[in-house]
Design a protein around this ligand. Structure first.
Ligand code: NDP
Length: 448
């Protein structure tokens, strides 16, 4: 790390004790910015680094709700409005028991640079709650969402802050949240949330966008080596929104996807994942991944979490699409040993710092989440455009825009990596390109 960045990093650690995921995200970005601050000392003089690490606003609130047994439950809700230099705060809501301020801040920090890379006018934010929707009835999820929005509504708006989904927040939850926002404010403000249903302001392709975009980014990386997905063996982790559509597009490009997972373990299906069965088990029944194996039969096998790693399965392209830090140094070593060619992060920060270094040292094509999974938020911005013009676009038109945006992000990352002397380093390219645009806007807007 550049010597001038070191004291800023130490101050960030001192100001944010115990927030290890946030510090990991800051380290990853700072690790790339040495050549930028060496060339642009005015950014240090204006304390851009200190300011960019301090959220503009952090909201923490009580979320009381009543479960099906009539018991009162209390959760903690968060919204971190991190940076509005480029536009209204934009970023998803995560409902998962592991959510605390450090997770929300890591996600919000990443979101600043990701949103900048999309080329759309959106700032960075993130939120969520330590609520576990798993095993809860629809009625319980609805009451939780209504209570959550009863506080959140006063902080958000089309021109202020526009939340969306993330882990544990899909179409069902966005529906309940939007309904409560409309009820409290008495306004049909479509642009206040994205990921809405198609008949009430949603956009075609938004559901598919993150998974499709991740595969498109990987396709662009492979193309630089004259290669493509056709005939490749691919490993995907997760079985939620991002994973399902990553599997779908990879398969349609001729790849054989052999793995999927959830928090209970992973399946290895050497004949190729049957997406219809996987969707029935995970999307329709909200069941466990082991049910896939029971229904699929054949060579499909389930491995319980902790017994072995999904990344031990030999593969040519790895797409981690579940959660942060799910691919560690030992996993990366195994993937390299087995000849992996490309890794594209569908999830946010799924690879540990050690894992990233191992891929880079082995010259594996490696796409960080803030670039590879930016298709989701980019399509959210397309949803906002449609809402603002009271229009709805066709699938083909929207999907073409997504593909162009992903190619644009790929090329921007590659060009900035070249310009700053690190050709082929997509981590450096993404951090530098994402940062410079936000930093320039902050400089122009003065000390705020
Ligand atoms: P979903 O809730 O739809 O799916 C999450 C998947 O990951 C599930 O299979 C879940 O398993 C698994 N998972 C969650 N936490 C853990 C854990 N601690 N250990 C193992 N597995 C886990 O979420 P998404 O698909 O939307 O999000 C996945 C990742 O992609 C996240 O990192 C998210 O931040 C990122 N992302 C999502 C975007 C989007 O548009 N949805 C946009 C950009 C990034 P289980 O079913 O057991 O809970």
């Amino acid at each position: 790390m550049h010597e001038k960045l070191q004291p800023v990093r130490e101050a960030v650690i001192a100001r944010n004790p115990g927030e290890k995921e946030f510090i990991q995200a800051v380290d990853e970005v700072f690790g790339s910015l040495g050549p930028v601050v060496a060339r642009r000392p005015e950014l240090l003089d204006a304390a851009i680094l200190e300011r960019i690490c301090e959220p503009e606003r952090q909201i923490i609130f009580r979320v009381p709700w009543v479960d099906d047994q009539g018991r009162t439950q209390i959760n903690r809700g968060f919204r971190v409005e991190f940076n509005s230099a480029l536009g209204p705060y934009k970023g998803g809501l995560r409902f998962h028991p592991s959510v605390y301020l450090g997770i929300v801040k890591f996600l919000g920090f990443e979101q600043i640079f990701k949103n900048s890379l999309t080329g759309m006018p959106i700032g960075g934010g993130k939120g969520g709650a330590d609520f576990n929707p798993s095993g809860r009835s629809d009625g319980e999820v609805m009451r939780f969402c209504q209570s959550f929005m009863t506080e959140l509504y006063r902080h958000i708006g089309e021109y202020t802050d526009v939340p969306a989904g993330d882990i544990g927040v899909g179409g069902r939850e966005i529906g309940y949240l939007f309904g409560q926002y409309k009820r409290i404010t008495n306004r049909y403000e479509s642009g206040v949330l994205t990921g809405k249903g198609l008949s009430w302001g949603g956009s075609l392709v938004r559901t598919e966008a993150t998974g499709y975009g991740t595969v498109e980014f990987a396709r662009q990386m492979l193309k630089t080596k004259g290669d493509d997905f056709d005939g490749k063996t691919v490993s995907v982790s997760g079985s939620g929104n991002v994973a399902i559509y990553a599997i779908q597009l990879a398969q349609s490009l001729g790849a054989k996807v052999v793995t999927a997972s959830d928090s209970s373990g992973f399946v290895h299906d050497p004949d190729g994942i049957d997406l219809d069965i996987l969707r029935e088990v995970k999307e329709v029944e909200r069941g466990r991944i082991n049910d896939y194996v029971q229904r699929r039969g054949g060579q499909a096998r389930f491995t319980e979490v902790g017994k072995a790693s999904l990344w031990e399965v030999p593969t040519q392209v790895a797409l981690p699409c579940a959660t942060q830090n799910e691919l560690n140094g030992a996993d990366a070593r195994k993937l390299v040993e087995n000849g992996v060619l490309a890794v594209a992060e569908g999830a946010n920060m799924p690879t540990t710092t050690e894992g990233v270094h191992i891929f880079q040292e082995a010259d594996v094509l490696f796409a960080p989440g803030k670039a590879a999974n930016a298709g989701g938020v980019a399509t959210s911005a397309l949803e906002m455009q449609q809402n603002a013009s009271r229009d709805s676009w066709t699938f083909d038109y929207t999907s073409t825009r997504l593909t162009e945006i992903m190619k644009g992000i790929h090329d921007t990352c590659a060009a900035h990596a070249d310009e700053y002397g690190q050709p082929g380093n997509y981590v450096a390219g993404a951090n530098i390109a994402g940062f410079i645009k936000v930093a320039d806007a902050m400089l122009a807007q003065g000390v705020i």
